[in-house]
Design a protein around this ligand. Structure first.
Ligand code: NAD
Length: 464
């Protein structure tokens, strides 16, 4: 699409959504529930096509597509349908005696027109989950999916066009030009999932209009393994979390920090677990994905320069295959240890003492996820309280994502704001406080000329 066409398209949708939102139709929770039910039905009907699109874009197995994409979204929609009726009602709260007599409420109101920008790694789930939250809270939505997962973007577009009027929810496919045109407009909420660098561009654009923004970003998520961790289960769970979706998971363990006493044994067990999961030749495994794009394959290839590869390192450029790879003791200043890997390379760094471990951890930005494998509860708790991170798991990886009672989001460089389940409703809703006063009574001394003595005022403030 030419630039001028993009701007015209964005302009029209933006105007139409403003009119639609002003009609107040989305304030009705029955309307929202009806739409969510239709969305759920359509997704269930088209599950096979969604899985096919995910296979074309990322060579995702149906099992992974189901567990990490469609089932997750379907569960989220069901949860919203269940929560919505009570959520959307005004909530009466205790009044202040200073305002006596009054009735005080929090009225949940949608922000208005929301813009969602999503990435390519879980291209269905990461586009639809925030959309479900935004719609459930009564907003209109423009969704721009990633151009790097074009087959998934197409099926998302078809589903949304079947379920919603475009002035309510619409998908605008496109690349950076489309995202840039969208970001020039004034939105009432922006929800962005992607890299930290683009997150900063989004935050700047949002600041122009003082638009509240959620940034779901990435970073380097450390995985600490102490000497008490059972090697076999630890290795199995790390391999699963690291190589799921070919390592292209925002909350994948980025690198291991292992007590030097168990490093050799753990490394050997990780290799065994890779072979158990994906076979001797992992390129033949139906369960092992591919890198999204040549650009990302080259980026990952560059990380391996000068590194000590103790397993893998096999790459097939034409089929975008990048085998599970283990790097032993990379220099902490190397790009592999400075940048988010976001691919199937697992660096293993050993630590000699707890002090050494802290020296390494203290150097990093606040990560999206933090993992510890240890049988020592005290050690786990000390790390969980000392470090700040988006979400943490002891003795496993990734799984916190699956519990919608937990807010999902980052902190600092890994983002701001959190969603999933009820947290999505909270995120996409403005809590509007309202006080309804009565005409019949005023506290004495409220109006000027004020009383000379402040003792009655002091008494009131202390006791009310
Ligand atoms: P990206 O930042 O390159 O792209 C994300 C989206 O932003 C895409 O839709 C893209 O078209 C758009 N975009 C790209 N350049 C833009 C620009 N200059 N202005 C406006 N929009 C622009 O990220 P990606 O490569 O799609 O995804 C990988 C990153 O996302 C990793 O850092 C990963 O950790 C992170 N991620 C985070 C989460 C999370 O939930 N926190 C989930 C998945 C991925």
């Amino acid at each position: 699409m030419e630039e001028i066409n993009i701007e015209n398209t964005v302009d029209l949708i933006h105007k139409n959504q403003a009119v639609f939102f002003s009609s107040q139709i989305t304030l009705s929770s029955a309307f929202r529930v009806k739409k969510l039910k239709k969305l759920l039905k359509t997704i269930v009907q088209k599950e096979k096509e969604i899985h096919q699109a995910l296979f074309k874009d990322l060579r995702k197995s149906s099992f992974e597509s189901m567990t990490s994409e469609t089932i997750f979204v379907e569960k989220e929609i069901r949860k919203m349908i269940q929560l919505l009726p009570s959520w959307s009602r005004p909530q009466r709260v205790q009044s202040s005696l200073l305002n006596f007599p009054s009735r005080d409420y929090i009225i949940p109101e949608p922000y208005g027109k929301t813009l969602l920008i999503s990435p390519w790694n879980y291209p269905f789930q990461l586009a639809i989950t925030p959309l479900v939250g935004a719609v459930a809270a009564g907003n209109t939505v423009v969704l721009k999916p990633s151009e790097f997962a074009p087959n998934t973007a197409k099926i998302i577009n078809e589903i949304i066009a079947e379920v919603f009027e475009p002035e309510h929810v619409t998908v605008l496919e496109g690349n950076v030009s489309m995202a840039t045109a969208l970001l020039k407009k004034r939105w009432d909420y922006i929800f962005f999932t992607g890299s930290t660098s683009v997150g900063k561009i989004v935050a700047k654009a949002a600041a122009e209009h003082l638009t509240p923004t959620t940034l779901e970003l990435g970073g380097k998520s450390p995985c600490v393994v102490d000497a008490s961790a059972p090697i076999k289960t630890t290795a199995k769970r790390i391999v699963w979390g690291k190589f799921l979706n070919c390592g292209q998971t925002c909350i994948a363990p980025d690198f291991l920090l292992v007590d030097q006493k168990i490093k050799a044994e753990l490394t050997q067990q990780i290799i065994k677990e890779i072979q158990k999961a994906y076979g001797e030749d992992q390129s033949l495994s139906a369960d092992y994905g591919r890198i999204i794009h040549e650009k990302h394959l080259s980026r990952l290839k560059d990380y391996l320069h000068g590194q000590n590869i103790v397993f893998g390192g096999n790459i097939a450029q034409d089929s975008l295959y990048f085998g599970p790879t283990i790097v032993d003791e990379p220099a902490l200043e190397s790009p592999l240890m400075k940048e988010e890997i976001f691919g199937p390379i697992l660096p293993i760094v050993s630590y000699e003492s707890e002090q050494h471990l802290h020296e390494i951890l203290e150097n990093g930005e606040r990560p999206l996820a933090f993992y510890v494998f240890s049988k020592k509860n005290k050690f786990v708790n000390s790390l969980f309280s000392k470090y700040s991170f988006g979400g943490g798991v002891a003795n496993d990886s990734i799984i916190h994502f699956a519990n919608d009672n937990l807010p999902f989001g980052g902190i600092g460089n890994s983002g701001m704001g959190a969603y999933h389940g009820k947290h999505s409703l909270v995120l996409f809703t403005h809590k509007k406080p309202v006080v309804k006063r009565s005409f019949w009574f005023d506290l004495p001394g409220r109006y000027a000329p004020y009383p000379k003595s402040l003792s009655f005022l002091k008494f009131l403030i202390k006791n009310l």
